[in-house]
Design a binder for this molecule. Structure first.
Ligand code: ACO
Length: 154
């Protein structure tokens, strides 16, 4: 409600709207990392696979109503496990707020939405990896430091 009165709306990315939002999604994601060329064929293929696996992928956009541009993006992947009696773990991934709109509370609203979605879907915990510089942001979103992130890049 607060988001709407500030001129923004939360939108699920899907097979019908993705091409309309492509440029502003690329622009916003470039605040996070390298996006690459991402031709329409690749972009549509990814979105279509996400849509076919809706129970796992939940890509959410924050759209500015006046411009129709995507200002923030993020997702929660819901992983079905054997442990915890066939439990579900939510993985928050690829959060980005466009440089032009950072520091206005939009990231926090997006995180609250994704957290609630994970809880609604039955996740017994919700986790994410982030840079040290974002720790305070995630603490303000209700997360606490836990474990160590490691990676292997072939
Ligand atoms: N350090 C300390 N505090 C911070 C930081 C920070 N880097 N960023 C935000 N905060 C605080 C704000 O001051 C605010 O505090 P308040 O509630 O007391 O007023 C609170 O956190 C919420 O801030 P928002 O305005 O909602 O943050 P914003 O919309 O700018 O989003 C984000 C934060 C997502 C980190 C944004 O800056 C961004 O997109 N950065 C570039 C991409 C990136 O690093 N994404 C995260 C990758 S990790 C992952 O995807 C799991």
């Amino acid at each position: 409600k607060k988001l709407s009165s500030a001129g923004f709306v939360l939108v699920e990315l899907n097979e019908n709207n993705h091409l309309k939002y492509k440029n502003s999604i690329k622009d916003t994601l470039s605040c996070l990392t390298t996006v690459g060329e991402l031709p329409d064929s690749v972009f549509s293929n990814v979105v279509n696979q996400w849509v076919e696996n809706k129970h796992i992928y939940n890509p959410i956009l924050v759209v500015e109503k006046c411009s129709g541009k995507v200002i923030a993006i993020g997702t929660i992947l819901v992983e079905l496990k054997l442990i915890h009696n066939g439990g579900l773990v939510g993985h928050i991934e690829d959060i980005a707020v466009n440089d032009s709109h950072q520091g206005k509370g939009l990231g926090k609203v997006l995180l609250e939405y994704l957290k609630n979605l994970g809880v609604m879907k039955g996740c017994y915990k919700i986790i994410l990896d982030c840079d040290e510089k974002n720790v305070e942001f995630y603490k303000k979103c209700g997360f606490s430091r836990c474990g160590v992130e490691m990676e292997y890049r072939p």
